[in-house]
Design a protein around this ligand. Structure first.
Ligand code: PLP
Length: 291
């Protein structure tokens, strides 16, 4: 069955899915995106992702290309056409196509909306089973990391460096050696019964999975501190893990040359993973259309 993607109003074979060479996403990285997990037919944290997409557009004054309901409808139609039950769904909005000029194009320029999806096996992710190694790199991103833009070159370079060292993720360090987050995930440590993650300010992306994990921890009486911590503190943690929409909760067993604990995924990371899966299974789905 051919893979189908969505581009500006049309469902097209994936190989032919393209935007104009003067699309501002292509020329200036002038766009925002979201990745949403489809887990056993359910859109995990859909509302949180669409809230964040709307916030990202608002912060950058990008005109929403469609209403939220229309975006939901397109997503479901895309999933239906690709016959998927377990997938990652990618949505991107750019400021549209216009003659190359740095300043915003005229207000009537239609924004670009593209969507694609691919199968994702949430039940057999070896990173979740075995844990992963991560490395630390300087955070070279811009100052508004709370906006989910497609300007991802620093993450591309960080993730490439991580891959070259056999690592799953790169921890982004600020100038004082404090850990902001992963290249494409939020980062957590657990020590002496306290779970810690960076506060949600402009130096990190406030992950939708992060928010769910905060809620889960509160529900299960796990103490959480949202605040700064450095590499030294992370290396001495009892456990660590990364969170993101498709990887979910990935235990970290090594940071640079330092093995955490016994080098195996810790019990808290496993517990939170199962709590999250349960939460995603039982999340109330906002279904507007029945096929
Ligand atoms: N931080 C960054 C920089 C990311 O790119 C991502 C996801 O892509 C996350 C955190 C995790 O966010 P979410 O849980 O919403 O996927």
């Amino acid at each position: 069955m051919p893979r189908i993607s969505y581009v500006n109003g049309a469902y097209v074979p994936h190989q032919r899915a393209c935007v104009h060479i003067e699309d501002r996403g292509f020329v200036f990285a002038d766009g925002v995106y979201e990745v949403i997990g489809l887990i056993n037919g359910k859109y995990a944290d859909e509302c949180g992702h669409l809230d964040r997409l709307e916030r990202s557009m608002r912060e950058l004054q990008i005109n929403p290309p469609k209403t939220r309901d229309a975006i939901r409808f397109i997503m479901r139609e895309l999933v239906r056409r690709n016959r998927l039950q377990n997938a990652a769904i990618y949505l991107q909005v750019t400021r549209g196509t216009a003659k190359r000029d740095f300043k915003f194009p005229t207000a009537d320029t239609p924004s670009t909306l593209v969507m694609m999806c691919w199968p994702f096996n949430y039940d057999a992710n070896p990173n979740v089973q075995n844990g992963v190694k991560v490395c630390s790199v300087p955070d070279q991103r811009w100052a508004r990391r709370d906006i989910k833009t497609v300007a991802l070159l620093p993450q591309v370079l960080a993730k490439q460096k991580a891959a070259e060292q056999g690592c799953y993720e790169a921890l982004m360090l600020d100038g004082d050696g404090m850990i902001n987050e992963g290249g494409a995930s939020n980062f957590w440590i657990y020590k002496d019964g306290v779970l810690k993650t960076h506060q949600a300010d402009q130096s990190i992306l406030k992950g939708v999975t992060r928010t769910a994990v905060c809620d889960i921890a509160a529900k299960h009486n796990i103490k959480i501190v949202e605040g700064p911590f450095g590499l030294d503190e992370a290396i001495n943690a009892d456990e660590a893990f990364c969170t993101s929409a498709t990887a979910l909760i990935v235990p970290v067993v090594q940071i640079d040359d330092h093995v955490l604990g016994d080098g195996k995924p810790g019990p808290l990371a496993r517990k939170i993973y199962h709590y999250y899966r349960d939460y995603a299974d039982h999340e109330k789905q906002q279904l507007y259309w029945v096929y």
